[in-house]
Design a protein around this ligand. Structure first.
Ligand code: CTP
Ligand code: CA
Length: 226
């Protein structure tokens, strides 16, 4: 039951959400990507909008249709996503980074379709810029929420990401669990703040999860004087 939906408690707040997977080109017909569907991020954008916020959604590859009433910016690569996010960051009150951003991209983007040659092919990849860490360095009043996809030692890695990337909250999912994470319509998460675990949200629909997360974010933002 979305008892807090349409509550208007984020009225006047500007919220930026990133969602979906990035797409890193190799040649005109090939790219590297991941299993992210964008469902969690799209649901978060919709939940924020229902709570009265002015929402911008920076979307990579996704299976979802943009929710009505949300400004959507489509991007492909991690570099495109960084550029789109940086353009609007200073004006934002809340930023939720649920996108699955590629950690590496091909060093060489071939202009022509690659032809096969030998029996083996080694691709050279280079690191992308960490968008969330870049925002963490730049933030002034923005309430910054990161995600963490882990398969082990969830609390340890989540707290490490929270500190390294200067986030206010980290939403961690154990993607080795059934029904959790990248694809699918359900999720289960643990939310961490600077003092450790805040809440464990059990398996539920991503829409319900999105409302619970936005509610928590609104409460924490208000407590921080925002
Ligand atoms: N992220 C980002 N830019 C990147 C990589 C990750 O903004 N180049 C963000 C994601 O959107 C997410 C958070 O960082 O909010 C954590 O992503 P995750 O992949 O779990 O962690 P990494 O820091 O990339 O570490 P690793 O993949 O090695 O666990
Ligand atoms: Ca990563």
């Amino acid at each position: 039951q979305n008892w807090f939906a349409e509550s208007g408690r984020l009225k006047g707040k500007r919220v930026l959400v990133t969602a979906g997977g990035t797409m890193e080109r190799l040649d005109p017909v090939r790219f590297l990507t991941n299993d992210s569907s964008g469902k969690m991020g799209f649901a978060i954008a919709e939940a924020a909008m229902r709570m009265g916020a002015d929402v911008t959604l920076v979307a990579g590859r996704t299976t979802e249709q943009p929710p009505a009433g949300v400004r959507v910016i489509h991007v492909a690569s991690a570099a495109d996503m960084l550029e789109a996010v940086m353009k609007d960051f200073d004006e934002m009150d809340i930023v939720v980074k649920s996108a699955a951003v590629a950690d590496y991209r091909p060093v060489i983007v071939h202009e022509q379709k690659m032809k096969k040659t030998g029996e083996r092919l080694v691709l050279e990849l280079e690191r992308t810029t960490d968008i969330l860490a870049t925002l963490g360095e730049r933030k002034t009043r923005q309430f910054l929420v990161g995600f963490a996809a882990e398969t082990q030692q969830v609390a340890h890695y989540a707290m490490d990401k929270l500190r390294r990337k200067n986030c206010d909250l980290i939403v961690a999912n154990d993607v080795s669990q059934e029904g959790v994470g990248f694809n699918g319509d359900t999720n289960a998460v643990e939310v961490y703040g600077p003092d450790g675990l805040i809440v464990s949200l059990p398996l539920m629909s991503k829409r319900e999860m999105a409302s619970r997360l936005m509610e928590l974010i609104a409460v924490r933002l208000a407590a921080a004087g925002g």
